[in-house]
Design a protein around this ligand. Structure first.
Ligand code: IMP
Ligand code: MG
Length: 181
Protein backbone atom coordinates (compact mmCIF):
# COMPACT_ATOMS: atom_id res chain seq x y z
CA UNK A 1 0.00 0.00 0.00
CA UNK A 2 1.03 3.58 -0.61
CA UNK A 3 0.77 4.36 3.10
CA UNK A 4 3.40 1.71 3.93
CA UNK A 5 6.01 4.12 2.52
CA UNK A 6 5.23 6.78 5.13
CA UNK A 7 7.48 7.02 8.18
CA UNK A 8 5.20 9.35 10.12
CA UNK A 9 2.29 11.72 9.71
CA UNK A 10 3.40 15.32 10.14
CA UNK A 11 0.10 17.13 9.54
CA UNK A 12 -3.29 15.46 9.71
CA UNK A 13 -6.26 16.14 7.43
CA UNK A 14 -7.94 17.90 10.33
CA UNK A 15 -4.98 20.19 11.05
CA UNK A 16 -4.69 21.03 7.35
CA UNK A 17 -8.39 21.84 7.00
CA UNK A 18 -8.41 24.08 10.07
CA UNK A 19 -5.36 26.02 8.90
CA UNK A 20 -6.68 26.44 5.37
CA UNK A 21 -9.96 27.81 6.70
CA UNK A 22 -8.00 30.32 8.78
CA UNK A 23 -5.81 31.35 5.82
CA UNK A 24 -8.86 31.76 3.58
CA UNK A 25 -10.50 34.09 6.09
CA UNK A 26 -7.34 36.12 6.55
CA UNK A 27 -6.76 36.51 2.81
CA UNK A 28 -10.40 37.46 2.25
CA UNK A 29 -10.18 40.15 4.93
CA UNK A 30 -6.93 41.50 3.52
CA UNK A 31 -8.25 41.82 -0.04
CA UNK A 32 -11.93 42.57 0.55
CA UNK A 33 -11.94 46.23 -0.42
CA UNK A 34 -9.81 46.06 -3.57
CA UNK A 35 -11.33 47.27 -6.83
CA UNK A 36 -10.27 44.26 -8.87
CA UNK A 37 -10.67 40.54 -8.25
CA UNK A 38 -7.80 38.77 -6.54
CA UNK A 39 -5.88 36.71 -9.09
CA UNK A 40 -4.92 33.41 -7.47
CA UNK A 41 -2.11 31.59 -9.21
CA UNK A 42 -1.55 27.91 -8.64
CA UNK A 43 1.98 26.75 -9.18
CA UNK A 44 1.42 23.23 -10.50
CA UNK A 45 1.55 20.51 -9.73
CA UNK A 46 2.40 20.58 -6.03
CA UNK A 47 -0.07 23.28 -5.02
CA UNK A 48 -3.12 21.72 -6.65
CA UNK A 49 -4.67 20.21 -3.51
CA UNK A 50 -3.91 23.18 -1.24
CA UNK A 51 -5.03 25.63 -3.95
CA UNK A 52 -8.40 24.01 -4.53
CA UNK A 53 -9.12 23.87 -0.80
CA UNK A 54 -7.88 27.41 -0.15
CA UNK A 55 -9.85 29.20 -2.88
CA UNK A 56 -13.03 27.60 -1.53
CA UNK A 57 -12.34 29.15 1.88
CA UNK A 58 -12.20 32.65 0.36
CA UNK A 59 -15.39 34.70 0.26
CA UNK A 60 -14.19 37.45 -2.06
CA UNK A 61 -14.25 37.51 -5.87
CA UNK A 62 -11.26 35.68 -7.25
CA UNK A 63 -9.97 34.59 -10.62
CA UNK A 64 -7.66 31.63 -10.99
CA UNK A 65 -4.81 30.79 -13.28
CA UNK A 66 -2.16 28.12 -13.50
CA UNK A 67 1.52 27.99 -14.07
CA UNK A 68 3.81 25.02 -14.45
CA UNK A 69 7.44 25.42 -13.52
CA UNK A 70 9.96 22.67 -13.15
CA UNK A 71 12.78 22.73 -10.68
CA UNK A 72 13.23 19.34 -9.12
CA UNK A 73 12.93 16.47 -11.57
CA UNK A 74 12.75 13.20 -9.70
CA UNK A 75 15.27 13.97 -6.94
CA UNK A 76 14.88 15.49 -3.49
CA UNK A 77 17.20 18.49 -3.68
CA UNK A 78 16.92 21.62 -5.81
CA UNK A 79 18.75 21.88 -9.12
CA UNK A 80 18.66 25.68 -9.14
CA UNK A 81 17.30 25.53 -12.67
CA UNK A 82 13.74 26.81 -12.98
CA UNK A 83 11.89 26.55 -16.25
CA UNK A 84 8.42 27.84 -17.21
CA UNK A 85 6.64 24.88 -18.74
CA UNK A 86 3.18 26.47 -18.88
CA UNK A 87 2.64 30.20 -18.60
CA UNK A 88 -0.38 32.18 -17.34
CA UNK A 89 -3.35 33.01 -19.58
CA UNK A 90 -4.55 36.14 -17.74
CA UNK A 91 -2.50 39.37 -18.08
CA UNK A 92 -1.11 40.66 -14.77
CA UNK A 93 -1.15 44.38 -15.57
CA UNK A 94 -2.64 46.26 -12.62
CA UNK A 95 -3.73 43.09 -10.82
CA UNK A 96 -3.45 42.00 -7.21
CA UNK A 97 -1.79 38.62 -7.45
CA UNK A 98 -1.51 35.83 -4.91
CA UNK A 99 0.95 33.07 -5.76
CA UNK A 100 -0.12 29.87 -4.05
CA UNK A 101 2.60 27.28 -3.48
CA UNK A 102 2.95 23.95 -1.76
CA UNK A 103 6.29 24.49 -0.07
CA UNK A 104 8.95 27.15 0.26
CA UNK A 105 12.22 25.24 0.46
CA UNK A 106 15.41 26.81 -0.93
CA UNK A 107 13.15 29.58 -2.23
CA UNK A 108 14.80 29.53 -5.64
CA UNK A 109 11.60 28.65 -7.49
CA UNK A 110 9.49 31.38 -5.92
CA UNK A 111 12.16 34.01 -6.00
CA UNK A 112 12.57 33.45 -9.72
CA UNK A 113 8.82 33.37 -10.33
CA UNK A 114 8.08 36.47 -8.30
CA UNK A 115 10.74 38.36 -10.22
CA UNK A 116 9.24 37.42 -13.57
CA UNK A 117 5.69 38.26 -12.51
CA UNK A 118 6.68 41.61 -11.00
CA UNK A 119 8.13 42.53 -14.37
CA UNK A 120 4.68 42.11 -15.94
CA UNK A 121 3.17 45.10 -14.15
CA UNK A 122 1.11 43.50 -11.40
CA UNK A 123 -0.11 46.01 -8.81
CA UNK A 124 0.82 43.72 -5.94
CA UNK A 125 2.21 40.24 -5.56
CA UNK A 126 2.01 38.22 -2.39
CA UNK A 127 2.95 34.63 -1.70
CA UNK A 128 0.93 32.05 0.19
CA UNK A 129 2.63 28.76 0.95
CA UNK A 130 1.19 25.78 2.77
CA UNK A 131 4.57 24.70 4.12
CA UNK A 132 7.72 26.61 4.93
CA UNK A 133 11.12 24.99 5.51
CA UNK A 134 13.11 28.03 6.71
CA UNK A 135 16.18 25.92 7.55
CA UNK A 136 16.76 25.31 3.85
CA UNK A 137 16.40 28.87 2.55
CA UNK A 138 18.99 30.05 0.03
CA UNK A 139 17.14 32.80 -1.85
CA UNK A 140 16.10 36.08 -0.22
CA UNK A 141 12.36 35.50 -0.17
CA UNK A 142 9.60 35.13 2.40
CA UNK A 143 5.95 34.15 2.20
CA UNK A 144 3.23 36.59 3.23
CA UNK A 145 0.95 33.76 4.32
CA UNK A 146 2.32 30.51 5.75
CA UNK A 147 0.35 27.45 6.78
CA UNK A 148 2.96 25.54 8.75
CA UNK A 149 6.69 25.61 9.33
CA UNK A 150 8.14 22.15 8.82
CA UNK A 151 11.50 20.65 9.82
CA UNK A 152 14.18 19.84 7.28
CA UNK A 153 12.73 16.50 6.19
CA UNK A 154 11.41 15.45 2.82
CA UNK A 155 7.63 15.51 3.04
CA UNK A 156 4.97 14.17 0.71
CA UNK A 157 1.20 14.17 0.37
CA UNK A 158 -1.52 16.77 -0.08
CA UNK A 159 -0.10 17.59 -3.51
CA UNK A 160 3.59 17.14 -2.71
CA UNK A 161 5.34 14.36 -4.54
CA UNK A 162 8.34 12.18 -4.61
CA UNK A 163 8.99 11.09 -8.22
CA UNK A 164 5.36 12.07 -9.03
CA UNK A 165 3.94 9.74 -6.38
CA UNK A 166 2.07 10.43 -3.11
CA UNK A 167 0.29 13.60 -4.30
CA UNK A 168 -3.02 11.93 -3.47
CA UNK A 169 -2.17 11.26 0.20
CA UNK A 170 -4.78 13.24 2.16
CA UNK A 171 -2.25 14.30 4.81
CA UNK A 172 1.39 15.46 4.92
CA UNK A 173 3.85 12.77 5.88
CA UNK A 174 7.54 12.03 5.99
CA UNK A 175 8.70 9.43 3.52
CA UNK A 176 10.70 6.45 4.72
CA UNK A 177 14.29 7.01 3.61
CA UNK A 178 14.34 3.47 2.19
CA UNK A 179 12.03 4.72 -0.55
CA UNK A 180 14.65 7.03 -2.08
CA UNK A 181 18.01 5.70 -0.90
P1 IMP B 1 12.60 25.50 -3.83
O1 IMP B 1 12.85 26.18 -5.12
O2 IMP B 1 13.82 24.82 -3.29
O3 IMP B 1 11.96 26.40 -2.78
O4 IMP B 1 11.65 24.28 -4.13
C1 IMP B 1 10.33 24.43 -4.35
C2 IMP B 1 9.71 23.17 -4.92
O5 IMP B 1 10.47 21.99 -4.60
C3 IMP B 1 8.36 22.94 -4.30
O6 IMP B 1 7.36 23.61 -5.00
C4 IMP B 1 8.23 21.44 -4.34
O7 IMP B 1 7.68 21.03 -5.57
C5 IMP B 1 9.65 20.92 -4.23
N1 IMP B 1 9.96 20.50 -2.84
C6 IMP B 1 10.76 21.12 -1.95
N2 IMP B 1 10.81 20.45 -0.78
C7 IMP B 1 10.00 19.40 -0.92
C8 IMP B 1 9.61 18.32 -0.05
O8 IMP B 1 9.99 18.20 1.14
N3 IMP B 1 8.74 17.43 -0.57
C9 IMP B 1 8.27 17.49 -1.85
N4 IMP B 1 8.59 18.48 -2.70
C10 IMP B 1 9.46 19.42 -2.24
MG1 MG C 1 7.51 18.98 -6.79
Amino acid sequence: MMTDDIEKVLLTEKQLAAKIEELGKQISDDYRDRDSDLLCISVLKGSVVFFSDLIREMDIHTQIDFMVVSSYGAGTSTSGVVKIVKDLDIPLEGRDVLIIEDILDSGKTLSYLKGILMGRGARSIRICTLLDKPARREADIHADYVGFEVPDEFVVGFGLDYAERYRNLPYIGVLKSSVYS
